[in-house]
Every structure is written in C-alpha cells, then in structure tokens.
Write a new protein. Structure first.
Lengths: 602, 374
C-alpha cells in the first residue's frame, strides 16, 4: 500500500457571513502566486454575480495552490470554498467530505457568531481538524485576545496559537498557510488501491459534457482510463483530468488525496449523481465511499413565466440549473391566474430566492413566483391518501377526512440572553417545547417540535431579528402529525386568485388572512375602480381590505412642448403594466405573489 | 389654422417648482437673445409662407420681465414675416411685480389682446414658499391694470400648507380681479426642483386631497360662471384659449426661441435648451433644432385620443374617422374596458366628468391596443 503524497493539504474555510471568508481565500491565492494582484477581481471564488452582490457564497468552488513552507517543503493546497447559509448545508457537507481540515475564520470585532457553529459542528462530525484564524485585526475595535478566549470557551479549541490576521490588509496571511501545514493532516488513502473518487459537484460544459468535481480517496485516474460509477453501469472514457486554479487546468493524472475534475464525455447529468463514487471500470473498487444524506426538498412554490409564451425557455432554464444544483426539483403545473408554469421544490427559502434570482439573471427571464408551501398528507374520506404541496390541488373540504402536516425536530443554539424571545417565537409558531440544555455558560440548546409550514414563512428572519443573529437553527423532518388545516383563499374583486391561496392552521387563519389582505392592499396599485381584497375559508369571508380607486393620475398641463413628453410618460407606464397580471378585472403586479410571504412585521 | 409660440426664457428668479427652461438674472443677454429670436423667425419665413396663423403666444420664463420693446419687436417681426388670420388671439404670460401701465400699453399697441397672469395662490406665505417674487397685492394691482381685458389667472393646487379655503380665496381673488379665464392645475413635482424636498418629506398634500380640492374647485368655478373645457382650464363662455385648444386638436404650431417645439406635417421639432448653442446656431443660419420626431400613424392616432380626451367636449369622432377610420372598429376591446368611464355625445367621445382627473389610466388602454395592432 502506498501512502498519498504527504505534502497535500485539503481544507475548506468556515466563517460567519461577512467575517471575511472570501477575502481571506483571495489573499491565500494571491500569496501562493495563484493569481496576480493585477488580475485579481474582488472575491475571486464567488464567481456568480449573485454571490458577489449579496456577499455570500452559494456554490462551492475548489482551487489549487502551491505553497513553499518554512520547513523547506512545497505543499499542494486544495481549498474548497463553502457556502455559509443553513439552506446550503447540503453543499457544505459535500465539500467537507472532500477535506481533512477547516480554517475557522472569526471576526475579531464580533467574536464567534451563531451561523459559524452549525458548520463548525458539521466539520467536527466529519473529523476535520480545525485551524482557528482571528480576522480583521486592523480594525480599531478588534479584540483578538478575548476572541481567542471565546473560541476556547465556546468551542473548546486551543486558540492560543491562532494566527491573528487582516485579510483585507493582507497582514499575517503567511501564518495561516503555516498553520494549515501544521494542523491539517495529509490525506489518508492508498494510491495503489482501485480508484475511489467522491463526486462532490458537477456542472455541464457545452464542449466537454458533464464535468465531475471529485476528491480522489484511493487509487488514481488519468486520461484514457475507463471509469464508471456505483449507481450506473455505463462506462466512460476519461478525456481530461485536472485541477482548479481556480479555472480548470488539465493535468496528466489525479492521485489519491487530490481534488480535481474529470471530463469523460458524459452527456447526461442523470447518469451521475453527486455523492456517488467514481471507480475504474476495469479494476473496480469493491465498495463505494459513504455518500451524502439524500436531500429532500421541503419548500415548494410555483414558478411561472411573466410572458406566457416563455414557458419553454423557463423549462430550459430550470433544467440547466438542475445540472449543478441537484437539490432543485420541478414538474409542470398550471394555474388559472398564472397559466402554465412549474411547481418547484427547494431546500429552503434562501435556496428558493437564489434559484429565482438566477433564473431572472442568468437566463434573462421574468418570472412570477407563488408563496412557498410544504407537502401535506391529505386523508380523504374514501380512505386514500394524497400528498399535496400546492394549495390549489387540495380536494374539496367535503372529501377530506383529515390532514397531516410535516413536523420538524428543531435545534436552536443561543446565548441564554435570548431564551425568552426565542421561546415566545416558537410558541407563536405552534412549537412544542421538548428540552433545554446548557452546553456551557454561554450557549443553550433548545429542542422544539415545530410545524414546517410555520418555518417556511418567516421563522428564520424572525429568529435572527429577535436574537440579533446570535441564535443558530437547524432542523430535520421528524414526521407527520395530524393538524386542523384549512385552505385560505384570496379574492380580488370577488374572484378567487388560485395563485394566492395558502394552507394554514385553523388557529392562524384569521390573522394570516388579515395580514395578507393588508399586504396586498399595499402592493396592488390603485385602479380606476375600488377593489375589495378578501380572505376566505371555504366561501366564508374572514378579512377584507379595500384598494381605493385612483383619484388623480393626470398630467396637470399639456401644451405644445409637453405632448411628446406626456406620451413617453404613458409609454413608460404601459411598460410597467407589462409586469402586471390580469386577474379577472384586476391588474396585479408580479411581486404581489411574493407579498404573501411577509406575514410578520417584527 | 396654426399657432405661433415664442419662448422668453428670462425670469427675476426661479420658482421653487420650476423645471422650465428659464434663466434668472440674465438681463445682459436679453438684447442678444431677442436678436437671435428675430433671426430664427427669418430662417423659417419661406417654410411657413403658406400658413395662416390664428394665435400667437408669448410664454416663458416670464415674458413680462423684459423690456416691452422686445415684445413689440417680436410682434412686428411676426406680422412682417408671417400671415396672421383676421382676428388673431395674441397672448402674453406675465407675473405680478413685473408689470406696469406702460408695459401693458405697449403690449396692446403690439396687438396683444389676451393676458395670462401667474397668480398661483393669493396666500402670501405660500407665494413666498414657491419663491415667487410678488404678493397678493401685486396681483390686485395687475388686475386693475387689466380691467376689461381678456385675461387668465393661474391657480395652483397642492401647495405646502394649503387648505380648500385658501383655494377658494384665490379663486375669489382672481374672479373679483376680473379674470375671464382660470387655469387651475395641480403642482407637478419634478425631481431636481427645490420643492422636491418638500415632497420627499411628505409635506405636500396627498393626491386624494388634491383630487378632492380639484373637484370642489371645479364646482366653485362653475358657480362663478367658469366652465371647464379642459382638465386644467376654465373659462367664461367665449373666453377659451384658442392657442391651447389648437394643441389638443393636434393642430400645427411653430415655436421660436430656446426649448420651443414645433409641430408641422406630422413632425415634431424641439429647439436646444442651451442658450449658447441656440445663439450660435441661429447666427450661423441654422435652425437650433436638437430633436426631430417623425410621428407615425399609430402614434398620431394615440396622440389625438390622448389630447382629445383631455377636453370636456371630447374626441371628435368624425374628424378621427376621416383621418384614421372608424374609432370603434379599431378600439373595440379598449373601449369595452373603458366604456364605464366615458360617454358618447353626438360626434364626440368624452371622459365622464368624474373621471377626467384619472385620464392616464383610461387613455393608456388605448395605447396598448395601438401597439398590439402593429
């Protein structure tokens, strides 16, 4: 058995949003000569526009670097950038499985933050070695010493030797690289064994077909090899292997311990699943590597093209997005209000928002999205059971015996100061308190059972705002429970708008109906006639607001010099109307369908 | 018949809502500017030799701020170069505080027979807010000078701190002063004007309030014998502005001076807003036109609807049909969507009185249909 190259270090970076993860990654690349400062775009790893603008990382991006360490050896670093948000935990766990260590970045002006913890625990679960790094020491309010103490107290890591750096100013970056050399172990595995490579991501290239991102655990792979995966018997010829620099850079071979890509003229993404193991077709490994927990979408919404004729373009866009986001699912759907579109499933609300934004930007499509929903089990009086994630597919009330809703086991980590507000919030969301554990004097763990349909609305935002962002939150589906659920319909000018219907708990219906009407009243522009906005359950009105008729929209004066200007003004107004949907007699702006989300004002 | 518009871009100071092309405190330029204006008329003499003009309108800025000899000169130039109808309407805009008996006498000698006085409000504190240079008393003085003349007074709605009482007081003031025409219009807030700040800070009355005032002001004016003949224009019978009516009928007009626009043969020309460029062009013998729009037929159709429906009388359907074919054939579905807000009286299609103030929402339906048909 041959050990993999002991000068390889595979690691990722864990950080709270805005603690400087991507900036640090940029500095590491700069220092190792991976990119020259001149070519450096800010935050190189976040290559999607959306990532740069929101300052978050969504997709994991690998990069390879060479580092001449103080011990005289040259090390090969594979850095895998990871998303920070809880919705992308799936992506995180994928990258963690490809690493032996993780840099934990802590902002020295803020200390350890909530979100960091969840990912940190994931890393510890994956047996990664943690390299704490104290960032932003250039700021006047930096307090590296208390930050180190906090890392020791809260996480139980020895931070006395932790590098104190400023990624922004490029201070002490070399210390980070040295710490990686010292703390992160070289990869284990056997270079002589049959090939085992974990697929941790993939995307579709127009010329090369599907590109697999892999971490080679055992053996090696080179151009000309015949490969297959464990889930499919199709054999492919490897046409290219290489590393990320961060752009794809062909190499002769990828050996155990390395991170890189494989191109093998794979035409369909359906043939290869992320989490699957690649092996050599002529000399296959006996068993696959442990894969990932299969993710189930938990949040659903309808996505419709604003322009009905763009249905096929939307389909195309969703298919392409699915290629590198296996967690996205969709199927065709229709709505009387919105026409032909798709019912889509997501891992969470942020995931949903990101997909929506990517459709609009990367594919230049205007879309309308409906309120997010979860999947309910509907027991009909005839004994059959239906799964319903679309309120308008709910059978008539008379056919329903009872309904069940998904319940999640939620773990909330928080400093003790916020226990009260969190418990109020959970109470508010029909939560059932299970347990409370003091992890230490600074952190408490709360266990709750919560209905998922309460979480998909605004739970995460409320939790963050009530705890100043300190509480972290994770959940897993715990099963289904019977609940008194009702379908809440919204009527505009007397007509039900199916795209605005939601399924809610009976006890929440009145309040939700009222808030919805209030929000819609604000969002629907005034028109020539008065528009009643009503919420109803099974034909019974429970709330009403009125969009008053427009009273004045006229240009005061219109003389010779004004005519063209006035006409152009109207043309612009008409353009604006293109973003509207005609529902019955009412013009409804497409954003309205998301308004339904804003249920709380705290 | 066609109209002539002459732009005088000078003012004593800029009003806080003004985004027109006007220059405060540039009196040194007057002579040069007016010379160019006369020259510009000459440049278009041949082009316009077959037109008969029924109206002349001096607008601004504040035409009354400059030496009246220039107005006299401009009228002389008009009469020399162009043919006027037998009984033309010749209007000049003026602001209280800039008018003297002598000026009016000279205007009349120049042939001016209609005056338009920017009153806006009779409440001095509101005038000060608007950065207007005069007080209500100054208006009263002008009114005395204009006794017996055909004159308009502007009344503005939607001012900071304004009440309905203030508006009635302003209307009373104009009516008692002898105005035969009242232009009552809502303050339009333009980005970049000082009043925009008030708007952003929510210090101006909201649209519903203004709409209420407009309705109340309208019936108050009717009581006083002023009938509405266009969204913002009220007159005693026979005193409607012929010059403005020409715009709403999509009649032809020619504009001289900075920023002025002309409309002839379905082509709309706009002069430069830049004073130096204007003078340079004209002095080198070029028209100072910076924008030329060929109005195609669908656009022309839409414009006639948009403009025609501004008037109380409405859109002349038989005139429309003669030019573009049957209105109801072409606009069947738009009409279906909007017929609740309109009436047909004889050969005219008009917006019902109570919906005239939401004209945009109605005419926009006709624009959509227009574009779809193309």
């Amino acid at each position: 058995m041959a050990k993999p190259n002991k000068f390889i270090r595979n690691f990722c970076i864990i950080a709270h949003i805005d603690h400087g993860k991507s900036t640090l990654a940029d500095r590491l690349m700069e220092l190792t000569g991976q990119v020259s400062k001149r070519d450096m775009e800010e935050q190189l790893l976040d290559s999607m526009d959306i990532e740069r603008e929101r300052g978050i990382t969504i997709k994991l991006t690998p990069v390879r670097m060479y580092y001449q360490a103080k011990d005289g050896n040259e090390y090969l670093f594979n850095l895998i950038d990871t998303p920070g948000h809880v919705d992308f935990t799936y992506e995180v766990s994928r990258s963690l499985a490809a690493c032996e260590g993780a840099i934990l970045v802590v902002d020295s002006t803020q200390g350890v933050e909530a979100q960091t913890l969840a990912n940190l625990y994931l890393a510890l679960d994956n047996n990664l070695e943690i390299v704490p790094v104290i960032n932003k020491i250039d700021l006047p309010s930096a307090d590296p010493e208390s930050c180190k103490r906090e890392i020791e107290d809260v996480i139980g890591l020895d931070a006395s030797e932790a590098p104190c750096v400023s990624a922004k100013e490029g201070i002490n970056i070399r210390d980070v690289l040295e710490a990686v050399v010292a703390i992160v172990p070289p990869p284990s595995g056997d270079t002589d064994a049959p090939l085992k490579a974990l697929i941790f991501d993939s995307y579709y290239d127009n010329y090369k077909g599907v590109i697999l991102f892999v971490r080679v655990k055992d053996g090696s792979v080179k151009v000309g090899d015949k490969i297959k995966t464990f889930l499919s018997d199709t054999v492919y010829d490897v046409v290219e292997v290489g590393a990320f620099s961060p752009k794809l850079q062909p190499k002769a071979e990828l050996a155990a311990g390395e991170v890189g890509y494989i191109a093998a003229s794979i035409k369909s993404i359906l043939d290869v699943a992320v989490g699957d193991t690649v092996t050599n077709a002529n000399n296959p490994a006996k068993e696959p590597l442990p894969g990932y927990k299969k993710v189930q979408p938990v949040v659903f919404c309808g996505i419709y093209p604003l322009d009905g004729s763009k249905f096929n373009d939307l389909k195309e866009a969703l298919l392409k997005l699915q290629l590198n986001d296996a967690s996205l699912i969709f199927e065709p759907d229709t709505s009387t209000a919105l026409g032909f579109g798709f019912r889509c499933g997501f891992l969470g609300l942020l995931h949903m928002e990101i997909i929506q934004e990517r459709i609009e930007r990367e594919f230049n499509l205007d879309i309308i999205t409906t309120a997010p929903s979860v999947s309910y089990k509907v027991h009909k009086t005839d004994g059959t059971v239906l799964s319903v994630d679309n309120p308008s597919h709910l059978p008539p009330l008379s056919d329903i015996d009872f309904m069940e809703e998904p319940i999640v086991k939620a773990e909330i980590f928080t400093p003790p100061d916020y226990l009260g507000p969190i418990m109020d919030l959970c109470q508010d969301k029909r939560g059932v308190f299970k347990n409370m554990t003091y992890l230490d004097e600074h952190r408490v763990k709360l266990d709750y059972l919560l209905p998922l349909n309460e979480i998909v609305y605004d739970f995460f935002d409320s939790l963050k705002s009530r705890t100043k962002g300190y509480a972290s939150f994770d959940y897993e589906i715990a099963g289904y429970e019977a609940a008194k659920l009702v379908k809440l319909d919204i009527m505009l000018n007397g007509e039900i708008c199916d795209a605005l219907s939601v399924i809610v708990h009976e006890t929440r219906a009145y309040e939700r109906g009222r808030t919805l009407c209030e929000n819609l009243k604000e969002a629907i522009p005034r028109q020539l006639f008065e528009i009643p906005v009503q919420a109803a359950i099974g034909g019974k009105i429970i709330a009403r607001e009125t969009v008053k008729a427009v009273r004045k929209d006229v240009l005061a004066k219109c003389y010779g010099g004004d005519i063209t200007r006035k006409r152009k003004l109207l043309e612009k107004q008409k353009e604006g109307k293109k973003r509207m949907r005609q529902i019955g007699t009412v013009q409804v702006p497409s954003e309205v369908f998301m308004e339904i989300l804003k249920t709380n004002k705290d | 018949m066609a109209g002539i518009y002459i732009h005088i871009p000078f003012c004593k100071q800029k009003c806080s809502y003004c985004d027109f092309c006007s220059f405060p405190n540039k009196s040194g330029y007057e002579e040069a500017y007016m010379a160019c204006l006369y020259k510009e008329m000459e440049l278009r003499k041949d082009e316009l030799k077959d037109k008969v003009f029924d109206t002349v309108y001096f607008g601004g800025g504040t035409p009354s701020v400059i030496d009246p000899k220039y107005i006299y000169g401009a009228m002389k130039q008009v009469k020399t170069l162009f043919s006027l109808s037998k009984n033309p309407e010749i209007t000049i805009e003026m602001n209280p505080g800039t008018v003297t008996e002598e000026k009016i006498a000279l205007y009349k000698r120049a042939g001016i027979n209609r005056f338009s006085v920017g009153l806006q409000t009779a409440i001095d504190s509101q005038l000060a807010d608007l950065n207007r240079i005069y007080t209500a008393r100054d208006f009263a003085h002008v009114a005395t000078l204009l006794k017996g003349e055909n004159f308009n007074a502007d009344v503005m709605l939607g001012l900071k701190g304004q009440t309905m009482e203030d508006i009635k007081k302003t209307i009373d003031f104009a009516v008692l002063g002898g105005a035969s025409h009242i232009s009552m219009y809502a303050l339009t807030v333009e980005d970049g004007t000082p009043i925009y700040t008030d708007y952003l800070n929510g210090e101006l009355p909201d649209e519903d309030t203004v709409a209420n005032w407009y309705e109340e002001g309208r019936s108050y004016l009717e009581e006083k014998g002023f009938h509405r003949y266009e969204i913002s224009n009220f007159a005693k019978t026979g005193r409607e502005s012929r010059h403005n009516r020409n715009y709403w009928e999509r009649g032809e007009y020619v504009g001289f001076g900075l920023s002025a626009s002309s409309f002839m043969h379905e082509r709309r020309l706009t002069n430069t807003f830049d004073q130096d460029e204007y003078m340079k062009c004209v002095l080198s013998g070029f028209l100072p036109v910076v924008d030329c729009e060929e109005v195609d037929e669908p656009t022309a159709r839409f414009e006639s609807i948009m403009l025609g429906l501004r008037t109380a009388k409405g859109l002349d359907l038989s005139a429309f049909e003669k030019k573009y074919g049957s209105f109801f054939d072409r606009y069947a579905s738009a009409y279906e969507r909007t017929k609740d807000y309109m009436t047909v009286e004889g050969n005219y299609l008009k917006i019902k009185d109570e919906y005239l103030y939401v004209q945009n929402s109605i005419v926009i339906e006709y624009m959509e249909e227009e574009k779809k048909g193309d």
